[in-house]
Design a protein around this ligand. Sequence first.
Ligand code: GCU
Length: 595
Amino acid sequence: MKTEVKEWMLVFLIFIFFAGSANAQTAMINVQARKTTSLNGKWTVIIDPIGVGEGKQVWQEKKPQKKTDFVEYSFEGGPELQVPGDFNSQLCELTYFEGTVWYKKQFNYSVKADKRLFLHFGAVYYLADVYLNGEKLGSHEGGFTPFQFEITGKVKDGSNTIVVKVDNKRLGNGLPGTGYDWFNYGGITRDVDLIETNETFVEDYFIQLKKGSLNTVSGWVKLNGNKLKQDIVVKIPEQNLEYRTKTDKEGWAKLEFNSAFKLWSPENPKLYKVMVESETDTLADDIGFRSVEVLGNKVLLNNKEIFLKAVNIHEENPSKAARAYTAEDAGKLLNAAKELGCNLVRLVHYPHSENMVKQAERMGIMVWDELPVYQHIQFSDSLVPQKLETMLNEMIRRDKNHCGVAIWCLSNETYPGTPNRNEALIELTQKCRALDSTRLIVHVINTHGYNNNTFKVWDPLYNYSELIAINEYVGWYKPWQGKPSETKWNVAFPDKPVFISEFGGEALFGSTGGPIDEAAYWTEAYQEKIYKDQTEMFGIVPNLCGVCPWLLFDYRSLSRMNQVYQNGYNRKGLISENGEKKKAWYIMNEYYKRK
Ligand code: GCU
């Protein structure tokens, strides 16, 4: 059987494997195009700081049966929380809360014999145990990717109750681990939907240009249900294109067709209406077509060299000091990136909401999607490789048809000395490439040396990264050791593109007191100088294909405890949390205008 046929079978088998266990199912894609009932809104909660709810089995919602009975828990009388939304920013008693909150939602449903029903979560931070009418459906670990449960045959005709145990405690073998430089927002942080489907439905598809091609689409469609052998039509009306094929007995159909597309690019973010039709289901999607690849030391978009004008963004609405999730939140962050002059956003350090990815794609901003494999990861823990693969699958499954997504980033600042780090991340890279070879795959590293004004860049992972992505904070964590324009670069991978994935320094907007050449006063002038020096140095960095300031907005991080200048904020933003542009913003904006 031809190799590429074996490849797509492997891809599909990987996807099936994740559908089985008491663990949550991997979510079907393109939820917004399906028949959904939103369960967003007010949910009643029990805050469980000492974690006793499990022992009390609060999901049973026991009621006194006889006069001497009493039940020492109830949702009744409890506070309500908005879903979606993090719980920390909603109730002051939850401001710094890291633990368990039990959520309850009641909904009505009329059972239909020929329909299936799924309970879908856009994301729950961090651990979720989900119950329906007192029965456990299963669990999910990972706070930034979707998951679902099929509840056909379990849902009752009439009133039903969902209980979700949400726990944002930090896990040593978690992704991320226990230490990270952002706020640990917990809760049901993205949309919750009931999805009603026909017995057999279009579960998943991959419709993108073949690697290295500007007009050949290569992909697949996957059905889920009993009637797996069906006729499939993929329609792109604007291209007068109707591609017909058939699924095999496993519900699988391979796609390959040509068309002269207007290619998606930042200048022309063209999306096409695409219909995926089977005999029992039809899904509409907006899909763009573009090719992105590395050729020698250059990054090519649609076969033309592109300089990546990027910025780092955390998924936080700066003015609300809360986890971002709405299209408006996305608009606020992306409009600021656009205004800075960006053509790429690095969404750190975890997959942001699909709203963000879709909005960026519509605005002509490329997206860097990243897994929360951040600094101290216990790679030698027996459970970690599975968690890595589950999160990788969930991220790629959700975003693979979004052509705006150009880069999969699989790790940030992990340490070569950590046991099993190289092995685990090399294996993860291979799995990523098997799932999707049409995008760049990178690892971000900060293990370079900087001595005598010379950068020495080497890490084994760079052999598996299509970009030499470097985080360097010279001018802040490390003082300059010479003129920026005279820095020397000793990069062990001379023919790979170099991307400065993080640089910068802190400033408190409006802080002008104290000598401008001293870091300790968080002055805008000091930060501005860092940007002047860095952009000067960029002129001599070999094979530089792009840069990405750390970061767009000041954001919350409890490890930042200088109470004069930080107050729980990482102040490396180019813009304050109140939307005020710092002096450094203008340096960066000018630099991007020149690029
Ligand atoms: C690191 C890290 C960021 C962090 C930044 C900083 O490079 O990747 O997550 O916030 O440095 O120290 O501000």
